[in-house]
Design a protein around this ligand. Structure first.
Ligand SMILES: Nc1ncnc2c1ncn2[C@@H]1O[C@H](COP(=O)(O)OP(=O)(O)OP(=O)(O)O)[C@@H](O)[C@H]1O
Ligand SMILES: [Mg+2]
Length: 270
């Protein structure tokens, strides 16, 4: 009897410590190295390019950029995580790696569910109309044609593209950068993502749209996904994320509550 009691207490104690959160992304000591070809001297000029073609000499000049240096963290379902750091610190690289678009040199990234990268460079087609892009984008995210039909109007309304006239039927290349970013965000946000990676999409929209997208990020979080948000706008990180990871020169500086990390980050920037 005494034995069962101990087992029970031990089990109770174990459930107490046990982490019930569901991990969505595990980044384990990740290193990412870009290999830049033709970075040697004089490679840029037309004559040097021509002489290289004629001599068929292979350029040995491959420069390496070690963009991410041993970063580790785990994110959980329902979390919105801010990623901050100076220009060139490795934030976009980190997101692209989580999305599976860049190989890791060392370390590994495990994801639970499909990560979707929503960036300033997300692939919409400039020569197609906004309207075509909405449909293609939704299909590409795995929606059925019927689902696209039902979501279509919501997406266009959310984007606000048609507030100033019938722009949705014009090619994307006629949009301002803010309008294009809004449409991109609206398409991506129409779906519940397991892991949504947002790279500064909010920075390009106007204030009204920023508010709306922050609300949508909060909704996406409730729908049990994980959201990563890269931004130089400290307020939109504060308003959307309760956890923030700060990266400098490819290394993790701090990972904690947004309030704590922001305090240190703002000190660093002064
Ligand atoms: N395609 C690439 N080829 C080579 N080097 C790259 C490439 N993309 C980024 N880098 C380098 O990797 C490092 C990290 O860049 P990254 O774009 O991840 O920074 P970031 O934190 O997103 O910066 P920003 O705030 O300016 O967007 C930088 O040194 C950059 O020069
Ligand atoms: Mg970037």
């Amino acid at each position: 009897m005494a034995d069962t009691a101990t087992t029970e207490t031990r089990e109770a104690a174990m459930t107490d410590v046990q982490d019930t959160r569901v991990p969505t992304v595990v980044v384990d000591d990740v290193h990412i190295v870009y290999k830049v070809h033709g970075a040697g001297s004089g490679k840029g000029s037309a004559t040097s390019a021509l002489s290289r073609i004629i001599s068929k000499k292979r350029s040995p000049a491959i420069r390496e950029v070690h963009a991410v240096r041993g970063i580790s963290f785990t994110s959980y379902r329902g979390e919105a995580v801010g990623l901050i750091g100076s220009n060139g610190s490795g934030k976009s690289t980190m997101l692209a790696a989580i999305a599976g678009l860049l190989p890791t040199e060392r370390g590994a990234i495990y994801t639970n569910g499909q990560p979707s990268l929503l960036g300033v460079n997300a692939a919409l087609m400039n020569d197609l109309t906004g309207d075509r892009n909405v449909i293609l984008g939704c299909l590409a995210m795995g929606m059925s044609p019927a689902e696209v039909k039902t979501r279509y109007q919501d997406i266009v309304d959310f984007s606000g593209i048609n507030e100033k006239g019938d722009f949705i039927s014009l090619p994307m290349r006629t949009y301002s950068s803010g309008m294009a970013a809004r449409l991109r965000f609206s398409i991506a946000a129409a779906k519940t993502h397991d892991v949504l990676l947002i790279d500064e999409a909010l920075a390009t929209g106007d204030q009204k749209f920023q508010r709306r997208s922050e609300d949508r990020i909060r909704e996406l979080r409730k729908e049990a996904g994980t959201v990563f948000l890269v931004s130089h706008n400290n307020n939109s990180i504060r308003d959307t994320c309760e956890r923030t990871i700060w990266i400098e020169k490819g290394e993790l500086v701090m990972d904690g509550s947004t309030d704590d990390v922001m305090k240190e980050y703002e000190k660093f920037n002064h």
